[in-house]
Design a protein around this ligand. Structure first.
Ligand code: GSH
Length: 204
């Protein structure tokens, strides 16, 4: 029995954590929660994530919630998989930058654009053109977003680009962005995780 368990739903951000687990190459178990049946609000799951949101990861007795934290945790907890960037590497700053950019700059900007204007007179986030431009500059002419190898930052940024250009298409589909996701989506670990998740996708 594995000591890694991912609690998630399809579709949800948990699909990002699922891809990361496939990249890791460690055994893990999945617990699929039915959000429509409020399984994420059950006393059992609230004991894991009091916010009642997915994904959540347990690793033995440890609990990690928040997608980016799960992805970063797994990279650190299993260094032999080579998905993290060591503390003393010159790439560490860029690695942290892109892990956080995905959830702190890109995600709110995409959601804000999709939801329409805010009733406030200041701009708490950037706009989709600026976000797309910054990502395009970072991935244009190179394979990965940090250094010269695939890292957990690509898991976060790749899925953010896919989400913002395809699932909630408000990010300008600049060629650098679509080519970046095109490259990443060919990875066998993404293909495996996604094909399992597609089987769970609700049909209208
Ligand atoms: N910031 C959290 C967001 C978690 C979150 O809100 N997840 C959604 C699914 S993507 C959820 O659990 N929604 C519950 C619901 O729809 O009731 C993360 O990145 O993990």
């Amino acid at each position: 029995m594995s000591d890694l368990t991912l609690y998630y739903a399809v579709p949800s951000r948990g699909m990002v954590a699922h891809w990361m687990l496939e990249e890791l190459g460690q055994p893990y178990e999945r617990v699929i929660l039915d959000l429509a049946a409020d399984e994420h609000k059950s006393p059992e799951f609230l004991g894991i994530n009091p916010l009642g949101r997915v994904p959540a990861l347990t690793h033995g007795d440890l609990i990690v919630t928040e997608t980016a934290a799960i992805v970063a945790y797994l990279a650190d907890a299993f260094p032999k998989a080579g998905l993290g960037v060591p503390l003393d590497s010159p790439d560490r700053a860029a690695y942290l930058r892109w892990l956080f950019f995905a959830v702190a700059s890109a995600e709110p900007t995409i959601l804000r654009q999709a939801m329409g204007p805010l009733e406030i007179d200041y701009e708490p986030w950037s706009n989709v053109d600026e976000v797309a431009g910054v990502i395009a500059e970072a991935v244009g002419g190179r394979e990965y977003i940090v250094g010269d190898r695939f890292t957990a930052a690509d898991v976060m940024m790749g899925t953010t680009v896919m989400w913002g250009t395809q699932m909630m298409p408000v990010l300008p589909a600049l060629p650098e962005l679509t080519e970046y996701w095109d490259r990443l989506s060919k990875r066998p670990a993404w293909q495996r995780a996604n094909s399992e998740d597609l089987k769970l996708m609700p049909v209208d």
